[in-house]
Design a protein around this ligand. Structure first.
Ligand SMILES: [Zn+2]
Length: 270
């Protein structure tokens, strides 16, 4: 499932292409992916301009000139492509937004969705999310308050969107590795130095992943060599049996609370 670095990469690249552009046509091939009847959704979105694209946690928010927003969550298996009739993936598109000849395809939306919401509805939808970890939204003092009375394993703690926003299965493992802490370690057993290590790892791992364009398998547009660069730079995620770059140990895999979990037992502290 795309996480903060993947969605932020999408936000940046889509903003460059779509900001200020008018949605000339809307095609709905799967009504379950939207929250209104197709006819009503189309009449409210067609003709609107995309004024800006924001990200909150793992969501993208397309701000429309009508005052409404399109709230996107790709969930597991969802992805996007910007192309045209002659340049598009041969896959089923659940929703298509056309901008003249240029089109934005939403693919693999099974659990994922694109919902049209008013400002009030949008605010309500995002109200329970925890703080954004980057760009000064989470100060070290705020982090200490947050982690100070948290219980549970680090893996599940980092995945909890109400605790901190935007981190999923891959980056929770990468962050624990970065902090030299086992993902199974209990959050309330961290001493102050470990709390600081975890805070710094959250920032540095996510920034590094952003720099490499996240881990999505598919490019966003023809010739896109940026998206997905992080796949080659994972420390532990999906690297079971491979050698740890830091200590030379062997990377292990286990399931923690039925989530995939990768770590190095040689250099991550119990
Ligand atoms: Zn190691």
């Amino acid at each position: 499932m795309p996480e903060l670095p993947e969605m932020e990469t999408y936000r940046k690249l889509l903003s460059e292409r779509l900001s200020g552009k008018e949605i000339s046509r809307v095609t709905i091939n799967r009504e379950k992916s939207i929250n209104l009847e197709s006819k009503s959704f189309i009449s409210k979105v067609q003709g609107a301009r995309v004024e800006a694209i924001h990200r909150r946690a793992k969501h993208l928010i397309f701000k429309l000139s009508t005052g409404d927003s399109l709230l996107l969550h790709l969930m597991l298996g969802g992805w996007m492509y910007v192309g045209s009739e002659n340049d598009q993936p041969k896959r089923t598109k659940q929703v298509i937004l056309s901008f003249g000849e240029m089109e934005l395809y939403f693919i693999g939306l099974r659990l994922g969705y694109l919902h049209l919401l008013s400002e009030v509805e949008l605010e309500k939808e995002l109200a329970d999310l925890g703080p954004e970890p980057l760009n000064g939204h989470l100060s070290y003092t705020a982090w200490q308050d947050l982690i100070g009375d948290k219980r549970g394993r680090l893996k599940t703690t980092l995945l909890d969107q109400q605790f901190i926003a935007g981190i999923g299965n891959c980056y929770s493992d990468e962050i624990c590795y970065g902090a030299r802490l086992m993902p199974t370690k209990q959050a309330d057993t961290l001493d102050e130095a470990m709390q600081k290590d975890l805070y710094e790892a959250i920032q540095s791992v996510l920034q590094r992943a952003l720099g490499f364009g996240g881990y999505m398998d598919q490019p966003l547009y023809k010739g896109d060599t940026f998206t997905g660069g992080y796949n080659k730079h994972c420390f532990v995620y999906d690297r079971e049996g491979e050698t740890c770059e830091r200590c030379g140990g062997t990377i292990c895999f286990e399931e923690v609370s039925s989530r995939k979990c990768f770590y190095c037992p040689g250099c991550q502290r119990e």
